[in-house]
Design a protein around this ligand. Structure first.
Ligand code: GAP
Length: 463
């Protein structure tokens, strides 16, 4: 089972402290969300999984953290100033502002307003998605010398640092640079909770390869990321691959495969249940060429007269110089978190006929690994033992102590936030120095000696 719709996750998130509407006390701000105590843990665990898998477990990837604000020229030569736009149309009937490329067409090929069904729409006009800002104490907000953008992707900070990382880490192809960070896009139609927002977080890998090895490396990364997503507990039934057609491909890409997740299971039309979780592109040698000082156009003019670096690579084995191809797996933290939560959602009926929510998060992702619960909070020895156990566990795993309700309620609360284990300290514990460990997914309980508790949990949780 997974969540029947995104709304179910929206309300669970608000109720339990995963995600709240931003600026709620002032009526909110369209499509902005804040991550609460559990949401920030879950997001951090997703980022840790990605970073560990790429930067720590492999030997060919370095990490960086580049600025959100870059020299405007980065966005000029990357092509974002000219082409990073969506086709905007207005509906003359209901006045909605829409993205033409997301609209259905009628039998005559006319675009249909997704709000009121009218086909009376304006012609499309490009709307640049980059957020503009000014740098320094300027009097005129339109001063072109002060203009800067909030980065719309983390990738360009990696390309701009290609030579720095290559030289300081003494890498040889193939190798990659990984980065996690915020990105900003003034989306025309944000929505569906954290699926599409104007501020979001990306995890991007740029993997540099020899041109003739690009196609093979691309396929390897498609397969690799498919596996990584499944390792987060997402079921294969809710995943599929989508090969972008020639007319959908970005101008720099040779091939792009999107991994789609079933974000909208409630939709009748099966085709419309899916949307992009991540994209894996073969960006060719476009990026390192456009940011380099050397390449020339057909008339012998430098393509980039502003760059001070040549980002080509010299292969000492073949004595050849060339611009590496780039394979780019790019995935949103927020979209991954939404997919993880939707997929983990299950319901179970207890013997009193009550429906309980269980979030079957993998132990690696669960915000809290273990909750230590005293059976009687008015018995100081039980409370003391429970607090001591929590303290012993905390350095190795995220553990909490909770005595704010009856045991049934406490178990239900932990199930709903995906805590894999609850440990209960009862009157007998004082006699036999043992505790009850309850398993989230089966509701089975077993008695474990207090001495063996940490080792038992570490083994089960793999921490
Ligand atoms: N550097 C390539 C790039 O940025 P993209 O397909 O535009 O490619 C990559 O974005 C991923 O970032 C998406 O697959 C999605 O997971 C996430 N993403 C993009 N725009 C987003 C938005 N407005 N809100 C949330 N996540 C977004």
């Amino acid at each position: 089972m997974s969540a029947p719709n995104i709304e179910t996750i929206v309300s669970l998130s608000k109720r339990r402290g995963f995600v709240y509407p931003a600026s709620e006390i002032y009526g909110g701000l369209g499509s902005s969300w804040d991550y609460g105590p559990l949401g920030v843990e879950l997001a951090n665990n997703i980022k840790k999984s990605w970073w560990n898998w790429l930067v720590y477990e492999r030997d060919d990837i370095e990490g960086i953290d580049s600025s959100i604000l870059q020299n405007r020229l980065v966005w000029k030569y990357s092509g974002h100033e000219d082409t990073f736009s969506d086709p905007l149309v207005d509906c003359r009937e209901c006045k909605s502002r829409l993205r033409q490329d997301k609209l259905d067409q009628d039998a005559e090929g006319k675009y249909v307003c997704s709000n009121c069904g009218s086909t009376d729409l304006t012609d499309p006009r490009p709307f640049n998605l980059m957020f503009r800002t000014t740098i320094g104490a300027v009097s005129d907000d339109d001063d072109p010398m002060a203009l800067a953008y909030l980065r719309p992707e983390t990738a360009q900070g990696i390309f701009a640092n290609f030579a720095n990382v290559l030289n300081t880490s003494r890498r040889k192809l193939p190798f990659g640079i990984a980065q996690i960070g915020k990105a900003f896009r003034n989306e025309v139609t944000p929505g569906n909770f954290i699926f599409r927002t104007r501020e979001f977080e990306q995890m991007e890998l740029e993997y540099f390869v020899k041109p003739d090895e690009a196609a093979g490396a691309h396929q390897d990364w498609i397969d690799g990321f498919d596996e990584w997503i499944r390792s987060l507990g997402i079921s294969g039934e809710n995943l599929k691959h989508y090969e972008q057609s020639k007319h959908e491909l970005a101008h720099y890409a040779e091939r792009t495969v999107d991994i789609l997740y079933r974000f909208f299971p409630e939709r009748e039309d099966e085709e419309k249940q899916w949307d992009e979780l991540m994209g894996i592109a073969n960006r060719t040698d476009y990026d390192l060429r456009v940011h380099s000082k050397k390449p020339e156009d057909a008339d012998g003019k430098r393509i980039n007269p502003d760059s001070t670096e040549d980002l080509s690579y010299f292969d000492t084995a073949t004595n050849e110089r060339f611009y590496p191809y780039i394979i780019e797996p790019s995935v949103g933290v927020n979209r991954t978190l939404l997919a993880v939560m939707m997929d983990a959602y299950t319901e179970r009926t207890n013997d009193k006929g009550e429906t309980r929510v269980i979030m079957k998060l993998t132990p690696q992702l669960a915000p809290i690994k273990v909750a230590v619960l005293p059976l009687a909070k008015n018995k100081p020895e039980i409370v003391e033992m429970a607090r001591r156990l929590k303290k012993d566990l905390q350095p190795s795993m995220r553990a909490i102590y909770d005595d704010t309700g009856g045991i049934g309620k406490l178990y239900a609360r932990q199930d709903e936030i995906g805590t894999p284990f609850c440990v209960t300290v009862d009157h007998e514990s004082l006699e036999d120095n043992a505790v009850t460990v309850r398993h989230r997914d089966t509701w089975e309980q077993e008695r474990i000696s207090a001495e063996q508790l940490k080792g038992f949990l570490q083994e089960k949780l793999d921490v």
